[in-house]
Design a protein around this ligand. Structure first.
Ligand code: 5AD
Ligand code: SF4
Length: 434
């Protein structure tokens, strides 16, 4: 989401005649886009701004802070980093062009910090770096209140884009040669078309998958409470919808899920996993896990490990709980020491590594369609993804000169490891070289 915000901001700037330069030192305007989901994001931003300060002293650079840290810290940023002139939160990018005019006119302490926008940030000028894979935002903000999460405070309430504007953008992208689309939102499952059409997420997903020229559609991220069986049915019915679902569980313990205010139980979560496992094409399933939430016991971690065994995830993102400003969990007692969080993190990583080693071994000897991304000079192999989002490193007789980036081709998997597969191209490449 954050990367795509940058693509939109860059597009808006270019439209106004700005040019991108390779380094911050060469720039007249330096914008720092920030994410505050975990870690000491605020501190990192201020350290970075300190480094930038040299340019500001000479009076030849204008600085801005964008994104979630901007929203969170607000005008305090001007006090701590007086060389900053612009502070814009992630819910206020729609106002970005007006704010830019104020900056161009010499404005100091220009802010866009309101959360009460009812529009999603959409611009016709998005500047995408990747020529064949594109992010498309369908919903912004979040109406959930997970007790550890800063997003509702930094990105504001949910706003869905109209179905027509989503489909128009995907058609435009297909016409430009894009073949893979990732639909984005903090919680795509609560997408609801605000126009009279009233599509829900499954409708939107299916219709995006039917756009001519689009070969792969992914989406992120889902919330189990709002995840419907109709999503799996849409994937079953539409070959271009990738057979991969990322469904963050956060914990395998009902006690912790309750403390996290996740609004589902382990059993309800597993019911959704059951729908996916019954899908026609074998579905890759991935998740997010937080270890060390306040009050988490050895038994709770054992429940999480047992859940990993039961679901047999294809991959997980495993985070140590990070206290975030304003969130309800901040004031909970029984915070887990960092060292113990580290131990639990390792335990989860190790268990999942074993699962992935076994799971990935099942792919050896089979042929899969791979979307080639880039040539890895170090290994002399191409790197791409299957529809299940497995990374495949593969050799091709043409080597780097084969110019496969953006193309689809069949690859026979010959070896597997915990995080990726190795194989050989066995078919003709399909699609235009990027
Ligand atoms: N601490 C640790 N992980 C977090 N996440 C969100 N907030 C926190 C936090 N305070 C993780 C969740 C979420 C992912 C995007 O980031 O697992 O699904
Ligand atoms: Fe944060 Fe929960 Fe919303 Fe996800 S669903 S963005 S974890 S509040």
């Amino acid at each position: 989401m954050n990367v795509h915000d940058s693509e939109k901001v860059i597009g808006t700037l270019r439209e106004r005649g700005y040019l991108q330069v390779p380094t911050a030192e060469e720039a007249g305007l330096v914008l720092y886009n920030t994410c505050s989901i975990r870690d000491k994001a605020e501190q990192k931003v201020f350290n970075k701004l300190q480094n930038f300060k040299k340019g500001a002293k000479k009076g030849n650079q204008v600085f801005g802070v964008l994104g979630c840290v901007a929203q969170q810290e607000g005008e305090k940023i001007f006090d701590r980093a007086p060389h900053v002139s612009l502070v814009v939160g992630s819910a206020s990018y729609t106002k970005f062009p007006e704010l830019l005019v104020q900056i161009e006119q010499g404005g100091r302490r220009v802010t866009g910090l309101s959360l009460d926008t009812d529009e999603a940030f959409d611009t016709p000028y998005t500047r995408r770096d990747n020529p064949y894979r594109a992010f498309v935002t369908i919903i912004e903000g979040c109406d959930k209140n997970c007790s550890y999460c800063v997003v509702p405070f930094t990105r504001g309430p949910e706003r869905s884009r109209t179905a027509d504007s989503v489909i128009d953008e995907v058609r435009r992208l297909a016409d430009l040669g894009y073949t893979e689309i990732t639909l984005l939102g903090q919680n795509v499952n609560s997408y609801r078309d605000p126009s009279p059409k009233g599509w829900d997420f499954a409708d939107c997903l299916e219709q995006v998958g039917l756009v001519n020229g689009i070969r792969r559609v992914r989406f992120t991220t889902s919330h189990p409470r709002d995840f419907t069986k109709s999503i799996v049915e849409a994937i079953d019915a539409t070959p271009s919808l990738c057979n991969h679902i990322h469904l963050p569980v956060q914990s395998g313990s009902n006690r912790i899920l309750d403390g996290m205010q996740r609004l589902y139980t382990r059993e309800q979560y597993l019911e959704r996993i059951g729908w996916m496992k019954a899908a026609k094409r074998p579905m890759a399933i991935t998740t997010d896990i937080i270890v060390g939430f306040p009050g988490e016991t050895d038994q709770d971690i054992a429940d999480t490990l047992a859940l990993l065994d039961e679901v047999q995830y294809d991959a997980i993102f495993n985070f140590k709980y990070s206290p975030r400003p304003n969130t309800p969990a901040l004031v909970l007692g029984d915070q887990i020491p960092e060292e113990e969080k580290g131990r639990r993190h390792m335990q989860v990583q190790e268990r999942q590594r074993m699962i992935q080693i076994q799971n990935n071994a099942n792919y050896v000897g089979e042929t899969y369609e791979v979307h080639a991304e880039f040539f890895n000079l170090a290994t002399g192999q191409w790197v791409g993804k299957t529809t299940q989002h497995k990374t495949v490193n593969f050799s091709h007789p043409g080597g780097q000169g084969a110019q496969l980036q953006g193309q689809y081709l069949d690859v026979l998997v010959t070896r597997s490891g915990p995080v990726s597969l190795v194989g050989e191209a066995v078919g003709e490449a399909v699609g235009e070289a990027a």
